[in-house]
Ligand binder design. Structure first.
Ligand SMILES: [Zn+2]
Length: 148
């Protein structure tokens, strides 16, 4: 404690300029600190917000298309758990579980479609190219999402 106050006195003795530059340096450091902190908090906030948004986003309508033609539309919010196929391509099977849908037990060479996992909110998409089948989720309301 004593040492510190001695130090301060010495600095003052060395002249105003030193004190001034030390002051502005510390001041700048402080500003940079707050700037960086601000950016970090902002980033964390955005990430958190997007995470929450993804979790609380309304459950959408699953649209199954074959050769570019819509085959089925399923409202995931009210659909019960089940696995099913559609008429035009029984090699492709879907599973609905907890209001989410995924490709499952598909007869296809790459299985990329199955790796896409469960879809449940607007704008999520999975495709099975070998089977020319796409699965997309549309919004249930007319809401426009500007962040996608
Ligand atoms: Zn596939």
């Amino acid at each position: 404690m004593n040492k510190k106050s001695n130090c301060k006195v010495n600095q003052l003795d060395k002249g105003e300029e030193l004190v001034e530059s030390r002051f502005t340096f510390r001041f700048r450091l402080r500003i940079e600190f707050w700037l960086i902190l601000g950016v970090v908090v902002l980033c964390a906030g955005i990430l958190l917000w997007r995470g929450i948004k993804e979790k609380t986003a309304p459950i959408g309508i699953a649209v199954i298309s074959y050769d570019g033609e819509v085959q089925m539309r399923i409202d995931l919010s009210s659909e019960q758990d089940k696995t099913f196929t559609f008429e035009k391509n029984p090699k492709v099977q879907f599973e609905i579980q907890d209001h989410a849908i995924r490709f499952v037990h598909v007869e296809c060479p790459d299985k990329l479609c199955e790796k896409s996992g469960f879809l449940r909110v607007e704008n999520q998409t999975a495709v099975c190219l070998p089977n020319r089948t796409t699965l997309t989720i549309q919004g249930s309301g007319g809401e426009i999402d500007a962040f996608v």
